[in-house]
Design a protein around this ligand. Structure first.
Ligand SMILES: Nc1ncnc2c1ncn2[C@@H]1O[C@H](COP(=O)(O)OP(=O)(O)OP(=O)(O)O)[C@@H](O)[C@H]1O
Ligand SMILES: [Mg+2]
Length: 266
């Protein structure tokens, strides 16, 4: 990928929580380069710092050290207007969909807020069609859901609704932190396919966070392996999975029987 397409660049990103004996370095001098239309997986076991890194990239958590460039310029999030502008471009789906929604807002209002966020002036009919289109993209029926509250939906429906929001907002960057954690295997591949379709249609950059190296191989162009806050290995997905250089990567791969088998056969 050419440097022309470089969208987000991080250097030396570090996050330290707490002080003294309770100090944890959750993210430790991490470098990254994410390009337009690229799907990146960040893979590591529980507690390796994936969500902390995601929150820093999102601008929800302030880094203790390092710098981030966005579109070739240092990222500035000091003023409310700066953050508003940045969050128009970058959206996230987190592990727990319940934490992402206002629980007292019905589905219709929730989707209407996406239209408002984009500053679109639409007629009632146009609004209805847009919400309907977004729901059918994720195989949900707007007519059945519009009047419901988030807590009246299943975990899988909530996760799909989050993707419907992304469909409406079409951000430049999507951070998906374990977006399939609450669904069965069948819905999981549907959700992944929806994300891939969004990338193909909108040239969206997707940062996919998971502890499942098999999933990462399936969806991503590039894999970053994270261990104890550090990126220990990064490269094209094929190289990382078929020719891992780091012991920790080999261990993650050996925990996935499916890949192992495909490997032996190949
Ligand atoms: N707000 C916080 N205050 C103190 N420590 C934190 C905070 N958030 C995360 N940590 C610590 O930072 C480390 C990394 O946590 P993080 O949530 O980023 O891991 P993760 O890779 O996303 O794990 P998982 O796969 O379980 O979601 C952990 O040791 C965690 O306890
Ligand atoms: Mg996490």
């Amino acid at each position: 990928m050419s440097s022309r397409d470089l969208l987000i660049r991080g250097r030396g990103i570090t996050k330290v929580f707490g002080y003294g004996a309770a100090k944890t370095t959750a993210v430790d001098t991490v470098d990254f380069d994410f390009h337009k239309g690229e799907i990146i997986s960040i893979v590591g076991e529980s507690g390796s710092g994936k969500t902390t890194l995601a929150k820093i990239i999102m601008g929800l958590l302030k880094e203790s050290g390092g710098s981030i460039d966005y579109k070739g310029q240092p990222r500035v999030l000091r003023r409310h207007a700066d953050r508003k502008k940045y969050w128009k471009d970058i959206q996230a789906i987190f592990q727990d969909p319940f934490s992402s929604f206002n629980l007292f807002q019905r589905v219709e209002k929730l989707l209407l807020s996406c239209i408002r966020l984009q500053g679109l002036k639409l007629t009632k009919d146009e609004q209805f069609n847009k919400m309907k289109e977004a729901c059918s993209f994720v195989n949900l029926k707007f007519e059945e859901l519009y009047n419901k509250y988030p807590f009246e939906l299943s975990g899988g429906q909530m996760q799909r609704l989050m993707i419907a929001r992304i469909f409406m907002l079409h951000p430049k960057v999507l951070i998906a932190d374990e977006p399939t954690s609450m669904v069965d295997a069948c819905s999981r591949s549907t959700i992944l396919d929806m994300l891939l379709k969004l990338r193909d249609e909108n040239e969206m950059t997707i940062i996919f966070i998971t502890h499942d190296v098999g999933l990462a191989y399936y969806v991503s162009d590039t894999i970053y392996i994270m261990e104890k806050g550090q990126i220990v290995e990064r490269g094209p997905a094929e190289d990382i999975i078929l020719n891992p250089q780091h012991a920790y990567t080999r261990q993650l791969i050996s925990d996935v029987p499916k890949i192992h088998t495909a490997w032996d056969l190949g």
